[in-house]
Unconditional design. Sequence first.
Length: 298
Amino acid sequence: MQKNPKNNQDYSSQAGAWELGENSLLSISNPKTAFAFSGLGAQWKQMGAALLEKEAVFRDTLLECDRLLSRYTAQSLIEYIKVSQMDCLEAAHRCTVAVQIGLVELLRSWGIEPKAVIGHSAGEVPAAYTAGILSLEDTIKVVWRHSLLIEKAKGKGKMLFIALPVSEVQDTILRQHKSLSLAAVNSPKSTVLSGREELSEIKADLETKGIFCRLLRMELGFHSPQVEPYLSELKSALKDIRLQAPRIPIYSSFHGTFSTKTDDYNGVYWADHIRKPVQFAPAIQEMIADGYNIFIEI
């Protein structure tokens, strides 16, 4: 597939502005749409509640998610969305993925279909569902098992977003603080670290230097050794998920590239992608080089 280097240059020059909330416009010809699924941490109070009331397709999809989840827990997704503060991390994770799936089905009912998908961290699960690799049943199973890991591991770490390129973070921070882990390469100008209390000190130091950074709404250091004690159990629990050939291209933010093998998304993948760094920036750059020029965040 022919690559367009100019597309990558446009992305590199503007991705930092997008992340910091600045206005940034590109003219687009021959639109090629992709869905990009966010990870955990973007949830808010009663997220999805209004759509539950107003949109039948969204509501029916979440009711089906709720029915499948009832095999594992008595806690209702629907009730949690209606009344919660979204402050329970493992429940918020289940709700976030269900809302993302509901949005996908709602957009489909309006005739909006992606040509490709990508997910950031936990967002890889609904991305795999949308691509057709995971059935809804197995999607809910993966989400449930991830939420159990969160419940066991939470309270033991922090995550810090830093508006610096990964090379600079590696040279100036990780080299001095060996206990920290590279958690995510979000864009050419932003990086996420996982660690513990020392991240608060690093945040304060960076802010004195005028570098934008913020602690994520996490009680856990994803993509770090903090999750390792729980990975063996997770792999075992997900060894029997059934994989199907993707209906549309899916780009892996775990591998940082286009995924060509359905088997990539087995139980081992859904454990390892929680431990290893998120390579979102290189995956997005490859998508843009492949001609995708409209990204709908889910």
